[in-house]
Design a protein around this ligand. Structure first.
Ligand SMILES: [Zn+2]
Length: 202
């Protein structure tokens, strides 16, 4: 490799990673049964009852993470309930492709829950268009929605955002977001389930 290539390659890599949740990785070919993947993808939509607006209001005020009833599962259990790409993101800190994901352009009002355990994560009120290609929020729904880990992969130090209930990876947080927090929670659509307000019980 020439000296020129030594310089250019890291610059190109850095360009891809700046402002991104993480490198966009192509889905690897897999041997999963497409029928089973389809069932898993839709199963969760019928598997839980979203909180009512009143319950969301109460939840949004919570600050004591000791109130959280933690969810732990074996790797087999995770694989059994998540599609391959969901598993890669939630359990292996993967990142979906920008723009080609379900909620980047979602503008309806509603609540985003964790795909892994249905913990309430974000509200549409804090969602904004960051032009990164990933759904972005300036704050989580409640202090007890999310937790954080240091991520030193890809020659950078970033702050990884995990679900405070099941510890699944959901994205990263950066300090280049809008007011009032100045934060940008850069999330993976496949790590979440969006429930629009019109489908929630009142
Ligand atoms: Zn979770």
């Amino acid at each position: 490799m020439s000296l020129h290539q030594y310089i250019v390659l890291p610059v190109i890599l850095l360009f891809f990673h700046l402002g991104a949740c993480s490198p966009g990785e192509e889905e690897s070919p897999h041997e999963s049964d497409p029928h089973m993947e389809h069932i898993k993808m839709n199963q969760h939509k019928h598997d839980f009852k979203p909180l009512t607006p009143g319950e969301i209001e109460v939840f949004s005020q919570k600050t004591d993470s000791s109130e959280i009833e933690k969810v732990t599962r074996t790797e087999d259990e995770w694989r059994g309930m998540l599609t391959r790409s969901e598993y890669r993101i939630l359990r292996n800190e993967g990142t979906e492709l920008p723009y080609r994901n379900e909620y980047n352009s979602e503008t309806r009002e509603g609540i985003y829950y964790c795909r892994g355990c249905h913990h309430p994560l974000f509200t549409s009120e804090a969602k904004y268009d960051s032009r990164t290609g990933w759904p972005s929020y300036w704050e989580p729904l409640a202090k007890i929605s999310t937790d954080y880990r240091e991520d030193n992969s890809w020659f950078m130090t970033r702050t990884e955002v995990i679900c405070a209930r099941c510890d699944s990876h959901i994205g990263h947080v950066f300090d280049d977001g809008p007011e009032p927090t100045g934060l940008r929670y850069c999330m993976n659509s496949a790590a979440m389930i969006f429930v629009p307000d019109e489908t929630q019980d009142s």
